[in-house]
Each structure stands twice: as C-alpha cells, then as structure tokens.
Ligand binder design. Structure first.
Ligand SMILES: Cc1cc2nc3c(=O)[nH]c(=O)nc-3n(C[C@H](O)[C@H](O)[C@H](O)COP(=O)(O)O)c2cc1C
Length: 193
C-alpha cells in the first residue's frame, strides 16, 4: 500500500514538472505554433508534386474550425484542382497545385463575412505551412473566380472573397530569407501602461 502511494506521489510530481516545463517553453522559442507563425512565408515557386486529398481535407477542416462572428460561419470552400480552370484564375499556376476559393455569405447587417473569411483563410495558410506545404493567399485575381461562380459550383448567396494556393515546394528553400520583411515593432506597437 505504502509503495503504491509512493509511486502515485512520484507520478504526480513528475506530471507537475512536465506541466511547468511546458508552460515555460510555451513562452520561448521552441513553441511550435509561435515558431511556425514567425517563420511562415508565401512561396511563388512550386514543384509539380501533387497535393494529396488527405492534405486538402485536413487544411479545409482547419478553415472550417476558424472562429467567426456569432459563430455564423459565413463561408463556403471550393477546392479547385482542374488545371485548365486554375490557369484561367492564376495564370502561373503549377500542375499539382490546388486553389481553395473562400466565398463569403452576402452580408446582412451586423455580420462580418469578409473578416471571418480572412480568419478561415489564415487558418488554412498556417495549416498548409505546418504540413510542409507552400501556401500563398491571392486576392488580386478574385474577379476571375467571381466571373466563374456558377461553373465553379459556388452556391447563390455567396461571393468569392479570397483564394489560397497550396502546393509542394523545394524543401531546400530557405524559409527565413524567402519571407518578405516586416515593419518593426517600434514602428507598429504602442503600450498604454
Ligand atoms: C489579402 C491578401 C491578398 C493577397 N493577394 C495576393 C495576390 O493577389 N498575388 C500575390 O502574389 N500575393 C498576394 N498575397 C500574398 C502577399 O503578397 C504576401 O502574404 C505578403 O507579401 C507577405 O509575404 P510572406 O508571407 O512571404 O512574408 C496576398 C496576401 C493577402 C493577405
């Protein structure tokens, strides 16, 4: 009995230690989420290795999981794999890439579909990057998607807001020098203490 209690106490101490270490780590380098956010970038060059359906499914699930105003989920996702149609929308698309079109529900007052679609887009960007894929958000060619709304099967009442290109990239590419620089914290942040 004594031995069982001793083992249990030891396990409790060990569990507390693991928790405490985890907490400390989460605020330093080594936190996989912050490390990923700080090293993510948007490639333009892709290989022709196709993105798998399993990968797409996980990415889309992460988009669906995004938060939205009043949990209204005012979005619709179109997974476009047809090479000819993809080329009509993003002219330099690489075979094997996928375009996910994020469409937003036409706005009623008090809702924020564009913002919510942005969150879903970013969730999918981060998910794809975490899966060792490349991802780039595209808003410039959105008119080409809007013109093809019916052919793309996007339901009435929704309009394409943003697109996410996903593909495989050369693993040797240096992500840090590939990313565009950002403005400094001093320039962008103020503190009211
Ligand atoms: C709302 C939005 C629209 C964008 N539209 C385009 C686009 O039309 N074409 C393009 O090449 N990149 C587009 N981008 C990608 C940005 O140029 C890219 O995220 C930015 O330059 C940062 O690059 P980095 O992630 O490599 O640091 C867009 C990004 C966002 C967030």
């Amino acid at each position: 009995m004594k031995r069982i209690m001793k083992t249990r106490s030891l396990m409790l101490v060990l569990a507390l230690l693991v928790l405490a270490t985890g907490n400390a780590l989460s605020q330093t380098a080594g936190n996989p989420v912050t490390d990923l956010l700080l090293s993510a970038w948007s490639p333009r060059n892709y290989t022709e290795v196709p993105v798998t359906d399993q990968q797409i499914d996980m990415i889309v699930q992460c988009g669906i999981k995004a938060p939205s105003s009043r949990n209204g989920q005012p979005w619709y996702f179109t997974v476009l794999k047809n090479e000819a149609v993809m080329k009509e929308i993003i002219s330099n698309i690489t075979p094997g890439n996928v375009i996910i079109i994020i469409s937003g529900k036409v706005s009623q007052s008090g809702t924020t579909p564009d913002f919510d679609c942005g969150l879903a887009t970013q969730n999918m960007f981060v998910a794809a990057t975490s899966m060792d894929l490349g991802a780039r958000i595209y808003g410039g060619p959105i008119a080409a998607a809007r013109e093809r709304q019916e052919a793309l099967g996007i339901p009435e009442g929704y309009t394409p807001v943003m697109m996410l290109r996903v593909g495989n990239i050369e693993k040797s590419t240096d992500a840090v020098s590939g990313a565009s620089p950002r403005k400094s914290k001093e320039e962008l942040v103020n503190y009211v203490r």
